[in-house]
Design a protein around this ligand. Structure first.
Ligand code: SF4
Ligand code: SF4
Length: 344
């Protein structure tokens, strides 16, 4: 890893040259919120965002995606991975990308996801503004973000650009970078350490204690039904989550009834029919029928089921679920702190 510096004055020309040379995706404003979109002008890039509406998973795993096109007996995969730079990803979303990398690679590796991932240079950037619902300072603190190619930190005089991979170093040619001074690297470290203390929300318990407690209360149906009693089963807390990756696959036939596409779309385990399966002859079975069962599944998955495999909780503390939930019941800090304090 090497650290470089670019002055505030030279930063915009760097972004402009990058946009001219590569397809660049980054945070841009959408009314008073932010989304990851194609950036075509340097002035649209908003590295001062708090959190984006959807996480950057949509770049590698779009909400709707054709997997196979078919016509009669002929069929072909449709992987269209275009080289691109994903710029301005906060460290908590980098951690979530690390998790989906692992989950999409295991067992049946997902070629569509992995091709998009391979074609993308990920540049992380420091959190300049903290979202109202963030709690990344108190969850998975010992899990280091890994899957990025460079890390950009704004300091007083400009930006420190730490390259992590050759893909990240390849971006240096687009800007007037020089080797960073030790004091500049120290300033960047300070910026990234200090922001961890600024989250408005926090989980007051270590991940292992939370996982243990979740298993202890697994069978307490009254508790889960109570926690979920206002749930609309809308699935919003799933679709906006950077670590949720469930999808549904359907064949879509064209009017000619010969050709079409096998496509996948994001799915959500909080919705009523997610776990409904056919028994044949028109009969169905739903193995997570009640709101409490579905609500429990989400919390077990975020705080217990995957911890061993991922090396920490499957929640990165972005707070998007808290913001997306109309019923205001999805916030992990509120639910976990309540469960930790529930009668034993
Ligand atoms: S569970 Fe909520 S806070 Fe945790 S990663 Fe998902 S959306 Fe973010
Ligand atoms: S966003 Fe809220 S209301 Fe909707 S499914 Fe999630 S917990 Fe239930």
């Amino acid at each position: 890893m090497n650290a470089y510096f670019i002055s505030a004055h030279d930063f915009k020309p760097f972004i402009t040259r990058l946009i001219e040379a590569r397809r660049v995706i980054g945070p841009v404003a959408k009314r008073n919120r932010f989304t990851f979109e194609r950036v075509t002008r340097a002035e649209d890039l908003r590295l001062d965002y708090d959190v984006t509406i959807l996480p950057p998973k949509k770049i590698f795993f779009p909400p709707v995606q054709d997997l196979v096109h078919f016509e009669g007996e002929r069929y072909a995969g449709c992987i269209e991975a275009e080289p691109q730079v994903l710029l301005g990803v906060h460290f908590y979303d980098v951690k979530a990308i690390d998790m989906t990398d692992q989950l999409f690679r295991e067992k049946f590796a997902d070629p569509n996801y992995l091709a998009a991932r391979e074609a993308t240079t990920v540049v992380a950037s420091n959190v300049q503004r903290v979202s109202d619902a963030a709690f990344w300072g108190s969850i998975g603190a010992d899990v280091a973000p890994k899957g990025h190619d460079a890390f950009l930190t704004m300091i007083e005089t400009g930006y420190v650009f730490e390259t992590r991979t050759p893909k990240g170093a390849a971006l240096l040619e687009f800007g007037r970078f020089r080797i960073a001074e030790k004091s500049e690297v120290a300033a960047a470290d300070r910026v990234n350490a200090e922001i961890l203390e600024k989250c408005p929300e926090r989980i007051d318990h270590p991940a292992e204690a939370v996982a243990k407690r979740l298993w202890e209360v697994f069978g307490d149906e009254a508790l889960w039904e109570k926690l979920a009693e206002d749930c609309f089963s809308c699935g919003s807390c799933n679709v906006i989550c950077p670590t949720c990756y469930c999808f549904d696959v359907q064949d879509r036939w064209n009017l000619d009834q010969k050709s079409g596409a096998r496509a996948r779309s994001w799915d959500a385990c909080l919705t009523q029919d997610f776990a409904q399966v056919s028994l044949g002859a028109g009969a169905t079975e739903n193995f997570r029928e009640s709101r409490g069962e579905r609500f429990r599944h989400r919390f077990m998955r975020k705080g217990a089921y995957l911890n061993k495999k991922l090396g920490g909780p499957a929640c990165v503390g972005c707070g998007r679920c808290s913001q997306a939930c109309t019923a205001d019941i999805a916030s992990p800090p509120k639910v976990i702190n309540k469960i930790m304090g529930a009668a034993r």
